[in-house]
Ligand binder design. Structure first.
Ligand SMILES: Cc1cc2nc3c(=O)[nH]c(=O)nc-3n(C[C@H](O)[C@H](O)[C@H](O)COP(=O)(O)OP(=O)(O)OC[C@H]3O[C@@H](n4cnc5c(N)ncnc54)[C@H](O)[C@@H]3O)c2cc1C
Length: 386
């Protein structure tokens, strides 16, 4: 059953319906096989680009779709219900364009953003390192001044689209100050000295390539530094607020798919002479799953509305990421239970959804880190955190 949405206009309804039709017809049938083979669906991103889905929340004059974040997240959710690796890829791509859009000069934005948002190019976001995940300020990769530009050396770990991306939004040290010694660069995927290690062998999300990207004397001109020297960490964390909303929406989409599969199965499967949905033990489990999906969606879209209105939304983004990804883990685990033995096999998609939900509690800031962000902001804001 498609999610019931309250969209603002007929145009928004048409966009979400188009995304759902595309996801159902083109992505869902390919997902299970590609995930089993660990095949990265590069062509799907070109198709999404042609449909205008890679730059939805960016201004039209810069090559984006001019749509609200609230609408973009609902499109992302529809993609995730069909194929999480693709939806995560769209979210990461959108996030990798954000530093340029928010901190780039007018000249940089005009020069690069239309290409990045146009759909042919795919982006990656390189913040983490092997010893610097939850604590990105511990990063060691260095961008040293070199003539009229920089020379970047170091290894960025866990890069979604590593080795596949056409451009890398990459953070490296330009100084020794822990937090104000980091800068942001836009590095082309074919830069000399940049290479990707073999993909990580992951529990799930296997259609999404994750690799360490090595930089060995990568030369970038000064024009490719985004924002001032030393502003990199603030730029990275601000982009993460938006990215976390993307991951929250992906988690809602995965949870919705698990709920849909569970309801369909429970209406068909009979034990003790009746469909298992008529056993209160299963009906209550499904009811809790539906409540978790709908409350995760509401929390995520409320944060998106704050972003669309220009209100502070960092705490709400962390809450959405925490609530939605924990909900997805719970709902997908319960979906396996509703399907019984069948749920534990690869004949049915729910075990895959459960493996996909797990990583959402980990990347773009683990859920422990989200709690840290929320707690700090409550401390700073005082009673009620308003
Ligand atoms: C599939 C995948 C894709 C990814 N894609 C990207 C990407 O595109 N770009 C990118 O930059 N990174 C990416 N990451 C990296 C991801 O963001 C990190 O894995 C994550 O931030 C956690 O860092 P870590 O793995 O180093 O864990 P650690 O930081 O070592 O944490 C280990 C454990 O300790 C907990 N912990 C750490 N500090 C605290 C604390 N202060 N209080 C309480 N608990 C704490 C954590 O919550 C976690 O449970 C990806 C990761 C994965 C798995």
């Amino acid at each position: 059953m498609p999610a019931e949405r309250m969209l603002a206009s007929a145009e928004e309804q048409a966009i979400v319906a188009m995304v759902r039709d595309y996801a159902t017809a083109e992505l869902a049938p390919r997902a299970a096989r590609a995930e089993a083979d660990g095949a990265f669906p590069r062509e799907a991103f070109r198709e999404l680009g042609r449909l205008g889905l890679l730059g939805m929340p960016y201004p039209e004059e810069l090559g984006g779709g001019g749509q609200s974040y609230e609408l973009y997240l609902q499109a992302l959710e529809e993609l995730a219900s069909a194929w999480a690796s693709v939806a995560v890829g769209v979210s990461v791509h959108a996030m990798s364009c954000l530093p340029l859009a928010t901190a780039g000069s007018a000249e940089q934005r005009e020069r690069w953003l239309p290409q990045l948002l146009g759909g042919e190019l795919l982006g990656a976001y390189c913040l983490s390192e092997a010893h610097a995940g939850s604590d990105p300020a511990a990063m060691r990769a260095r961008a040293a001044r070199d003539g009229d530009g920089y020379r970047i050396d170091g290894a960025k770990a866990w890069v979604t689209h590593g080795g596949e991306a056409d451009f890398y939004t990459l953070f490296a040290r330009t100084g020794d100050h822990r937090t104000r010694g980091i800068s942001c660069f836009l590095v082309p995927g074919d830069a000399d000295g940049l290479s990707a290690q073999p993909p990580e062998r992951k529990m799930g999300l296997t259609g999404s390539r994750t690799s360490t990207v090595d930089c060995d004397g990568v030369r970038v001109e000064e024009q490719r530094r985004v924002g001032a020297e030393g502003d990199g960490l603030a730029i990275a964390l601000s982009a993460l607020d938006s990215g976390r909303l993307g991951i929250a929406a992906v988690a809602v989409g995965v949870a919705q798919a698990a709920l849909d599969h569970s309801v369909a199965y429970a209406r068909e499967r009979e034990t003790f002479g009746q469909p298992i949905i008529r056993h209160q033990g299963i009906a209550f489990m499904l009811a809790d799953m539906a409540a978790a999906v709908e409350s995760a969606r509401a929390t995520t879209l409320e944060a998106a509305r704050r972003r669309d209105r220009g209100l502070p939304y960092s705490r709400q983004a962390s809450i959405a990421k925490l609530v939605a990804t924990d909900a997805a883990m719970r709902v997908t685990t319960d979906a396996v239970q509703v399907l019984g033995g069948a749920g534990y096999t690869r004949e049915f998609p729910v075990e895959r959804l459960m493996r996909e939900a797990k990583v959402m509690q980990i990347f773009e800031g683990t859920n422990q880190i989200q709690r840290m962000v929320i707690g700090r902001q409550l401390d700073a804001a005082g009673a009620g955190g308003r």
